[in-house]
Design a protein around this ligand. Structure first.
Ligand code: UD1
Length: 338
């Protein structure tokens, strides 16, 4: 299948492009390089032996996007492109709403104009807000997000539901990611955040190579196994495979299909630190710091639906992810260079 992959040079998009190629599909990558490097194309080629088609286009640029849809007939779109830094979204809400919503609206308008009616969307567990109970199921309530980044995911899910109601034959698959970590085992691809990382695994990785002095553990008085926050960390390779599996939903009756992509297991901050130390043999110095605003005790998934309907489940362990994150960080101390 020929599939347009927006944001296809990013952390999750590039791994998904690899999984698509391995499964015999043809990804057509679109990325504006805001948070990715053009050299990722070479790295995808080095891993798969196939050089994917790449267009440096901003998905908000409807004219260029329209031109691409006119030139290339794609059967489906996987939409990753978007800004994703939670803290930045709080300080620059308009930038987040404008970019994430504008790009999605342009994309949907182009898709409908060119009669492309299959979309898989990168949603997030953030849409469950502060959960009433865990594990989270797809039927758990979608709540108002606590930050503009999360709110764009909530709004885009709703837009896709509305679009699918009135467009015959339209399939929208909403994939709700839990916490993606890990990297490609080759060390060629991985998470490369701009500036000081906000998320836990990139922070631990940078501490492990001495780039940052120590980890700050945000709170040790949560109602969890050891008082630190519990999340569902999923290896990015498993997550990428989830997108290939999600293509199966496009064969079902038209409509909206929602799947949690996680492991179904919760891991605390200190458990993740311990797993990283065991997987790499490197000590991670840390200190307990105050809670971070907006954080909750525990967020983890029930992923039965993805297994029952798509035959997908996460296979790799937390230790695999720690080993791969470390390997990537060690080989790319300054991130992916052009
Ligand atoms: C965060 C976002 C979420 C987003 C996801 C994308 C918030 C409130 N949530 O999820 O909307 O979809 O990233 O990846 O920002 N921690 C530390 N020290 C650190 C960093 C994190 O102790 O330096 C702890 C946090 O308190 C939390 C856990 O590690 O308990 C995971 O944090 P993080 O990696 O930022 O992910 P989430 O907060 O789950």
């Amino acid at each position: 299948m020929k599939i347009l992959v927006t944001g296809g040079l990013g952390f999750i998009g590039s791994e998904t492009a690899i999984s698509l190629i391995k499964a015999g599909h043809t990804p057509i990558i679109v990325d504006n390089l805001y948070n990715a490097k053009a050299s990722v194309v070479n790295r995808i080629e080095a891993i798969t032996g196939v050089r994917p088609e790449f267009h440096q286009i901003d998905v908000c640029d409807k004219e260029k996007l329209d031109e691409l849809f006119s030139q290339t007939k794609v059967e489906a779109v996987i939409h990753f492109a978007g800004y994703k830094a939670v803290g930045e979204s709080v300080s620059k809400p308009l930038m987040y709403y404008r970019n994430n919503l504008d790009s999605t609206l342009s994309l949907l308008e182009c898709m409908l104009k060119h009669d492309v009616k299959n979309i898989i969307f990168s949603s997030s567990a953030t849409i469950y807000g502060s959960p009433d109970s865990v594990p989270l199921r797809e039927t758990s309530p979608r709540k108002e997000a606590t930050n503009p980044y999360g709110q764009t995911k909530v709004i885009i899910e709703k837009i896709l539901e509305d679009v699918s109601k009135v467009n015959e034959g339209f399939h929208a698959v909403l994939l709700r990611y839990f916490n993606p970590i890990g990297a490609h085992p080759s060390g060629l691809l991985g998470e490369d955040p701009n500036g000081i990382p906000n998320n836990l695994m990139p922070y631990i990785s940078q501490v492990s190579i001495g780039k940052l002095p120590k980890l700050r553990v945000f709170g040790d008085d949560y109602k969890t196994v050891d008082g630190t926050g519990v999340r569902d960390y999923i290896h990015v390779l498993d997550l990428a495979e989830g997108h290939v599996a999600a293509l199966k939903a496009l064969d079902k009756d038209p409509g909206v299909y929602i799947y949690n992509l996680g492991t179904g297991r919760g891991t605390s901050v200190l458990e993740l630190v311990k797993a990283f130390e065991e997987a790499t043999g490197i000590k991670i110095p840390y200190e307990i710091a105050p809670r971070r605003a907006g954080d909750v005790d525990a967020v983890y998934a029930n992923c039965d639906k993805a297994y029952e309907e798509l035959g997908w489940k996460a296979k790799l362990s937390i230790k695999d992810a720690c080993k791969d994150s470390y390997n990537f960080q060690k080989k790319n101390p300054n991130g992916i260079e052009d």
